[in-house]
Structure formats: structure tokens, C-alpha cells
Design a protein around this ligand. Sequence first.
Ligand code: SAM
Length: 264
Amino acid sequence: MVKGVFNSVASSYDVMNDAMSMGVHRLWKDDYVSSLKPGRKGPIRCIDLAGGTGDIALRILDHAREQYADRETTVDVVDINAEMLKEGYRRFKKTMYHNSLSFPSHTYAPSHESLAPQVSFIESNAQALPEETFPSNTYDLYTIAFGIRNCTSVPDVLKEAYRVLKPGGTFACLEFSQVNNPLLNMIYDQYSFSVIPIMGSILAGDRESYQYLVESIRKFPTQPNFAQMIQDAGFSTGRMHEGKGGAWRDLWGGIACIHTGVKL
Ligand code: SAM
């Protein structure tokens, strides 16, 4: 079902993201990636799950290059949906990373566009990453942005994240979350349930998919419950509270939230 939803929204996904969030998703993603400081300690191997059209991968590579002159950090963009990956590939073709692309990689041949690709696009399920394509203890950074709530088993995603990360590697999730302020929550609910499906219908001709996306946000665990799940998967998190030194950091009063954990 999720595959179907994203098949149908792939071509309009980036436009709709901007329209629905009034561009705010860009600020959250910038904040998320810059807080992870990819490239600070030298080139790293990253995996971006539910990577869709490559928004996070692009930011990781830009950050590493702009802040640390690093052109060796790599990102494997992994998504269950080939249409989203194809949009991402088309988009990267227009960037300065066009000569360091690999698509389709692993699951498809050929992957010979670059001998040392900084970006690869791989179709796979976050809940069951094949060991031969994604060996254990491989990555320094695992990111998943606005994707984990679409996965049917969050514990399975976390288990796989733990497996593919190197010891000392970082898990970082950006996701819609729970708004704690009742007034903000009321305004946000009105906007989500009334405006977004209408926008989906007008701009993308697809009300149902956008209705599903709004509903999936409300079903996702609260910040402390999700932090507990990350700990249960074996990660070390900050203490069980929001903010500096905490297991999570709210963005815009909890409309979105960043959870992090380190593989022990
Ligand atoms: N991370 C991108 C971003 O922030 O723009 C895309 C987010 S989009 C809302 C959610 C993505 O999750 C879709 O591309 C969808 O195909 C992918 N997805 C859903 N379930 C998945 C799964 N089990 N494994 C991998 N990707 C999945």
C-alpha cells in the first residue's frame, strides 16, 4: 500500500512537500543534517533510508563539501519505491555530483557511471536489508527522514539500522511527532486534516494518498515512546527528555522531531 502511495506521489513529491509545509521542511532538513556534521571527522559512509528523491543525501554531501571540503563522503540512498529513486536520480544528474552517481546500484546492473560514486540509489526495504548488499558494521551514519512512520514494523527498521551501523555509528531520525501545546495542536490538526488533503487533490490529483500521509503522522509513537524503542534496539541515546543532552529534540513545538542514538 505504501509503495502504491509513493508511486502515485513520486513526480509531484518535491512540489507538494514545499506546498504543504510552506517550505518549512527545508529548514528542518537543513537543521537535521547540519546538527549531524557529516564530514567533520573526515569522509564517512552514510546510508539514507526511505531516502526518496534524495533531499537528505544532497544535504549531507553539500554539508561535507561546503564545511569540510570533503568530496569523499558517500551516501547510499535506499528506498522501497523505484519511482521515488528515479526522481532522485534525475535530480542529482543536474547537480555537481552528476559525475559521481551510481544508479541503479547493487540491485540492478550496470552501476558503472562512476568508479567512485558519492551517491548510489538502491531499491530495498528498510525492514529487511539484504546482508549481501548491506553487510553488517558498514556505515558511520544512518539517516531516515519522514520515512520510518510509513514502515509497518518500526522495531525491524531499528534492528536493521543497528546491524548495518559500525560500532560508534550514529542513528538519526527526523520525523513528524507529537505537538504538546494544545493551541498549536488544534491549529495543526485543522491544517493537516482540512487543508493538506485538498492541496493533494488540487496540486497532485490525489486526495487519498495525502489523507493517508496525514493519518500516519497521528499513529506514530510519541517522542518518549520512540526514544524507548531506539534504546530497546540497543542504541545509546541521551537521557529520556527533550533538548540538549536528551534523546530527542523537538522542532516547531514537536511538529517534527530529531531522535538520535549511537551503536554501542
Ligand atoms: N526522506 C525523503 C524526504 O525526507 O524527502 C522521503 C520521505 S517520503 C515522505 C517517505 C519515503 O519512505 C518514500 O519514498 C517511501 O517510498 C519510503 N518508504 C516507505 N516504506 C519504506 C520501507 N519499508 N523501506 C524503505 N523505504 C520506505
